[in-house]
Design a protein around this ligand. Structure first.
Ligand SMILES: Cc1ncc(COP(=O)(O)O)c(C=O)c1O
Length: 449
């Protein structure tokens, strides 16, 4: 029999009760808390597959994969089983001076999957910690290599790489940055190849090349002080699912090599199959100096981030002096449970031939989404891999909030950015669920445009 200390008493709760307690005790992220006086929080009791349920059984289709993390559904039986097994062996051990099977296996598997040459995995927790690690590692590499003046970074306009202070210094979203400007090192941005900004008649490829010219001009002038260029490959998520042609990444790789500046590929949102290939960089055929992973790496279960890098970077730190080593750590670095969830996630990719299956799913969705893409109030309907986005021509300045609220009434968890609606669903969406997503979104757009 279980001892009493292991028994968790189910707490009888209701939607109303949970909301009141949450507003009293929890400071919610990315939120003006006063807004919840009029816009209620959404209580979630449980999840199953692509669905989230409240305490009354009301359900919502998680079309944004819970902030872009969930790949194979909530409470996935295979990931659950792996975690239960791991719980019986080792929940955590510090990674400085110690090692364990899940972290070694995960590093080996990622090395085999990632663009060849990324042989070393450094572990963090959330996505922003991966950005911090890559920025520090890049600058420290140059210091160890006799170029300590290379301490600046560049990123794309409207880029998003996280919200800790270092990550904010390469994030170009005014709302997140402005209040903290005095605390942040000011880094420059270069034009985004987001094809929505192309001239009339200019192809996405031609526009990407024009933006690469601007990158070259910047590198030419500033490369002496520049450590790295950090970029979200193929899709700038927080910019409103801004998509661009892979030729930009090819040119960026050539130019960074030419001017002695690292290329950091932030695949925190776009890695793990999201763009149609395991890693977005594959579509440009490039090897970045750093590749950042988080979000979907654990299937959306636990915080884990990984900075993958090359032997050349690793070797610059390999020395007798402690100060030449990479001096960075988090208590939960390489947590065994998170690594085990990541291993179970990679197993599902292999067992279910996920990349090919997703290709068929995306083709099916594109077919049934035609009434959306051709809707008179829909602009720039676009798609890459398992991401879809479009702008809505709407008279409502508060479209995002209205769309979110109306979405809930239609059993959809939609989280537009401004007037950009996007779908970034778990990969397990069925044809029926996809059809429902299209039909209900059409009804919402008709109501708000
Ligand atoms: C491209 C990119 N980089 C970094 C981050 C930060 O990740 P986290 O929210 O886990 O800190 C995000 C989060 O949305 C992201 O989309």
């Amino acid at each position: 029999m279980m001892s009493a200390s292991y028994v968790i008493m189910p707490r009888m709760t209701s939607n109303h009760d949970l909301l009141a307690r949450s507003l009293s005790a929890v400071w919610h992220p990315c939120t003006q808390m006063k807004r919840h006086e009029t816009l209620p929080l959404v209580p979630i009791a449980r999840g199953e597959g692509a669905w989230l349920y409240d305490f009354d059984g009301k359900r919502y289709l998680d079309t944004v994969s819970s902030w872009w993390v969930n790949l194979f559904g909530h409470c996935n039986p295979r990931i659950n089983a792996a975690l239960v097994d791991q719980l019986g062996q080792l929940e955590h051990v510090m990674l400085a001076g110690f090692t364990h099977e899940p972290v070694v296996q995960l590093s080996e598997k990622l090395r085999a999957l990632a663009p060849a040459g990324l042989g070393h995995c450094f572990y963090g927790s959330d996505g922003a910690s991966a950005t911090e690690i890559a920025l520090k590692m890049s600058a420290h590499y140059w210091r160890n290599s006799g170029q300590p003046e290379k301490t600046r970074f560049i990123s794309l306009q409207n880029s998003y790489h996280g919200e800790t202070l270092g990550a904010l210094s390469v994030t170009d979203v005014a709302l997140f940055r402005d209040a903290y400007g005095a605390l942040i090192k000011q880094n420059a941005t270069v034009p985004s190849p987001d094809w929505r900004a192309a001239e009339a008649g200019e192809s996405a490829e031609a526009f990407a090349l024009r933006c690469a010219d601007a990158l070259e001009a910047h590198l030419q002038q500033h490369h002496v002080r520049l450590a790295a260029f950090i970029v979200e490959p193929l899709i700038q998520g927080a910019a409103g699912m801004a998509m661009y042609h892979p030729i930009y990444l090819q040119r960026a790789r050539e130019l960074c090599s030419q001017y002695g500046v690292h290329l950091i590929a932030d695949e925190i949102a776009v890695g793990m199959g999201r763009t149609g290939t395991m890693f977005a960089c594959e579509q440009a055929g490039i090897l970045p100096d750093f590749l950042l992973l988080s979000k979907g790496i654990t299937g959306g279960y636990l915080p884990l981030s990984i900075v993958m890098t090359t032997a050349a970077i690793f070797q610059a730190f390999y020395a007798d002096e402690a100060a030449r080593g990479f001096l960075h750590s988090h208590s939960y670095t390489g947590n065994p449970l998170a690594c085990r969830a990541a291993l179970a996630t990679l197993d599902i990719f292999e067992q279910d031939d996920v990349l090919n299956t997703n290709r068929d799913k995306a083709a099916f969705f594109n077919r049934i989404a035609q009434p959306l893409s051709e809707h008179p109030k829909v602009r720039n309907f676009r798609h890459t891999g398992m991401v879809w986005a479009f702008e809505v021509d709407t008279p409502h300045a508060d479209f995002a909030q209205r769309c979110f609220s109306l979405g809930l009434q239609h059993e959809l968890l939609l989280r537009p950015m401004g007037n950009t609606v996007y779908f970034m669903p778990p990969y397990i969406l069925s044809e029926e669920e996809m059809q429902m997503l299209v039909t209900h979104t059409l009804a919402i757009i008709d109501a708000l445009s």
